[in-house]
Structure formats: structure tokens, C-alpha cells
Write a protein that binds this ligand. Structure first.
Ligand code: ASP
Ligand code: MG
Length: 436
């Protein structure tokens, strides 16, 4: 018996239908000589659907609410039917129906309460459903396993929708739970993305937060390794949506992985790496379709970090350029005022630059962002903006890679350090700044 704990994380795509679930079960079976913590996300696009249901709840659109709940229920019941075929599946059916009864009665909750709180009471049902189904499927395949309610051991504050982990309590609770459960079976299935606060209310760790849950379980249990199973062969040097010839990164450091996710690479949730780095627990990103292949290993050593340039694209960007109305210089005092005002509207700046008379900053062009920035700053500044831009970051660049991404584009702003080059670019035609 090998007593080291291995943490597996399966995202929505890896459990999107019955075949995908069976593949996950096979993968777990192959590794059940280890003690496993299996962290699972909601199935397929369930979380998006639940967000849709949540919006209908907020709008008090009863018809839309129940229509979507029904669709989501059929989606899960169909998967169960495909999985269990002729075997009796009353037990799992009953559990899933009971969960849907709770989703149904959620509609009658008062909608005047804190929205983020309400969101966190509804959205985790996706992970409850998926983990219940998977654990039953494991049992049916003769893999002895236990189901762990993540709320009992991932303890957070009440910052709903983006809760902060109480590490000391979480570490204690995870070890208590796992020690108990490993007496019964070697496979523990739990939910990603979900925790609970002091009062026992559900909390969530931010969208795509299941990776982070895997990191939390690994940190708390001193795991030997974490494997994030994905539908790509590992971490790639660019998003295949924008790039034809992507290259898999064989090995990178924790530090490099944090840098890449900071610049917007979306393979791993940014918060995942830090707890693993603190305890030096290696993280593998592997394909659940080709589990025999090596994938990417993320660990302490940095010597391979600059082997392959990586490209990170952020589309749909808006560049603001502001000038003090009294034409004073943009010095520290003004800038601290700008940052204060921007932080009040929860602005997230992707890149910034200043000159004597102006300050420029780039943001994701989300709904309302232009009007929010305008109302935050217009009393003291002339605010101009330019939309439809993209930000490209090249890690470990050379002239060839720069030419490759910038040729034929208009560069509005550029920044280089020794390891990173960043370009804000417009599409071919000359871009003009509009005044708000
Ligand atoms: N199901 C959640 C989401 O889609 C968490 C996750 O998948 O990581 O955001
Ligand atoms: Mg997901």
C-alpha cells in the first residue's frame, strides 16, 4: 500500500456526458493503488446554466427559471440513464431528484438579500450533482469510494463569490475528514469551487475555482502531487483558438506558471499555484484523452522556463488616456487619486503607462466599463478612450516572435522587460481616440 495522497482534478469538460464520466472512472481505477482525492467540477456547462437560472431568479421570471431547471434536470437524468443502463439506479436517481427539489424551492427565497450570498447558495448545486453521480458510478464499477462534502472542510470567510480560505481551519478539517474516510476507502470524491463560511453557508472560490480547490486539498494533506486532467495535452505556449502551431510546455516552474496566468493564460486558475509552491508539491497538467502521455509538469526548477516563447492574447480591450483638466503634470498625487477612484469601481488594469501630461491604462471592455471609468474620473480629468484593441504578451520573446504578432498591426503602446514584451494593438486601420 502506498500511503501518499494524490489529488486529481476533473473539470466540466471531462464529465460532460456519460462516456466522459466512464473515462474518468477508468482513470481513477488505474490509480487506485494510491490514496486519491478526486476534485470534480460541475458537468459540462452546468455552472453557466445555473448562472442563467440565477438571473431568472433575480428577475423573478418564474417561467424561464423552471424551464431552465427542467432542462438541467433532464441533462443530468439522461447521463444517469446512459451510465447505469439496466442496472438499478433508484438510489442515485433519488439523490439527484432531491437536489433538484432544493433547486426548485430556491425560487421562493427572498431576492432582497445580498446577491452574492444568494448566488453562492445556488451555484454549488452543479458540483453536488456531478460528484454524487460520479461517486455512484465508481461504486458501480467496483471502485470503493467516499463522497466528501467540501463544505465541511474548505472553510472560508463570507466574501461570497470570491471567498478567502481560512487556511488553519481548512488544513485541520481536511485532515480530520480524510483520515476518517481513508479508513473506509482509498478514493475520496469532493466538489471543486465550493466551501463554507463560519455560519455554515456555502461560499464559492470564483469561477473556474476547482483547480484552486485541488491546490487547497493538496496543500492541507501534504499530497505527493496534483494532476489536473484536461482536454488539451498539457500547458500550451498559446491558446489553440488563436494559434495553429501550439507547442506543449514540457516543464515550467511555479514562478513561470504564476507569471503566465497573471498575464492571462487561462489553463490553470491563478490561485492554484501558490499553495503548491509553498509545499513544493508538483502539479501535472495532463490529457484525460491520452493519459499515457506526459503532459506538463510544473515544479520548483526554473531552468527550462525560457525554452519556448509563450503568447497570451487578450481581445476586446479598451485603452483609456486621461489628462488633468487644469493641465497640471500627472504626478504621484494625481495618480494616487486616479488609483483610488479606479479601485472604488473594482477596475482591473491590464497594462498602464504614464507621461508628463497623460496616463494611459488598458482594461477588458466589459459592459458599462467606459461609463464607469468616465463617471469615476471626469470631474478632474479629460477622459479619452479607444476600443477594439488587443493586448499580446510574449514571454521569452525574440525579434522573430515580435514580428510574428505585430506585423500589419498598429501598435498603440508597448512595454518590454528582459523576459516579457507586451503590445497593445489595433486592427489595421488607424485608431482614433474618442472623448467621452
Ligand atoms: N464549475 C465551476 C465553474 O464552471 C468551477 C470550475 O469549473 O472550476 O466556474
Ligand atoms: Mg470549469
Amino acid at each position: 500500500m502506498n500511503s501518499a495522497i494524490h489529488v486529481f482534478k476533473f473539470g466540466g469538460a471531462s464529465v460532460k456526458d456519460a462516456n466522459a464520466v466512464l473515462n474518468v472512472v477508468e482513470l481513477i481505477k488505474k490509480h487506485d493503488r494510491f490514496k486519491l482525492v478526486v476534485v470534480v467540477s460541475a458537468m459540462g456547462k452546468t455552472t453557466n446554466k445555473l448562472e442563467h437560472i440565477f438571473n431568472s431568479f433575480i428577475k423573478k421570471d418564474r417561467e424561464a427559471y423552471f424551464k431552465s431547471v427542467n432542462e438541467l434536470k433532464m441533462f443530468h437524468l439522461n447521463i444517469i440513464q446512459d451510465l447505469f443502463k439496466n442496472d438499478s439506479f433508484e438510489e442515485v436517481n433519488e439523490i439527484i431528484n432531491a437536489l433538484f427539489n432544493q433547486i426548485t424551492s430556491f425560487y421562493d427565497k427572498t431576492e432582497n438579500e445580498n446577491r452574492s450570498y444568494l448566488y453562492d447558495q445556488l451555484i454549488p448545486f452543479g458540483e453536488m450533482l456531478s460528484t454524487k453521480i460520479i461517486q455512484h458510478c465508481l461504486e458501480k464499477s467496483d471502485v470503493k469510494s467516499s463522497w466528501l462534502d467540501a463544505k465541511t472542510c474548505i472553510k472560508t470567510d463570507s466574501n461570497y463569490q470570491n471567498a478567502n480560505v481560512d487556511w488553519a481551519r481548512t488544513e485541520k478539517e481536511i485532515n480530520l475528514c480524510l483520515n476518517q474516510l481513508y479508513k473506509e476507502s482509498r478514493v475520496v470524491v469532493s466538489q471543486g469551487f465550493v466551501g463554507s463560511d463560519n455560519e455554515g453557508f456555502s461560499t464559492t472560490l470564483g469561477r473556474e475555482g476547482s483547480d484552486y480547490s485541488a491546490g487547497i486539498f493538496a496543500y492541507a494533506s501534504d499530497a505527493k502531487e496534483v494532476i489536473i486532467w484536461k482536454d488539451v495535452p498539457g500547458m500550451l505556449n498559446a491558446d489553440p483558438k488563436y494559434f495553429e502551431d501550439t507547442i506543449k510546455l514540457e516543464q515550467i516552474s511555479f514562478k513561470e506558471a504564476i507569471e503566465l496566468s497573471y498575464y492571462g493564460a487561462s489553463v490553470i486558475h491563478p490561485k492554484t499555484i501558490k499553495p503548491l509552491q509553498n509545499k513544493n508539491i508538483p502539479l501535472f497538467v495532463k490529457s484525460f484523452l491520452h493519459p499515457e502521455k506526459k503532459g506538463t509538469i510544473i515544479q520548483q526548477r526554473t531552468e527550462n522556463d525560457d525554452a519556448i516563447p509563450s503568447f497570451i492574447f487578450k481581445k476586446n480591450q479598451v485603452l483609456f488616456s486621461i489628462m488633468p483638466k487644469d493641465f497640471s503634470f500627472l504626478i504621484e498625487e494625481n495618480l494616487s487619486d486616479v488609483f483610488l477612484k479606479l479601485s472604488r469601481i473594482n477596475a482591473h488594469i491590464n497594462i498602464m503607462q504614464n507621461s508628463a501630461l497623460s496616463f494611459s491604462f488598458l482594461m477588458d471592455d466589459k459592459v458599462d466599463v467606459i461609463s464607469q471609468v468616465k463617471s469615476a474620473l471626469e470631474s478632474s480629468f479629460i477622459v479619452k478612450y479607444n476600443t477594439n484593441l488587443e493586448l499580446v504578451t510574449i514571454r521569452h520573446y525574440d525579434q522573430q516572435t515580435i514580428d510574428f504578432v505585430t506585423t500589419g498591426k498598429e501598435i498603440l503602446l508597448e512595454q518590454k522587460t528582459r523576459s516579457t514584451a507586451r503590445f497593445v494593438m489595433g486592427l489595421n486601420e488607424t485608431n482614433t481616440f474618442k472623448e467621452v
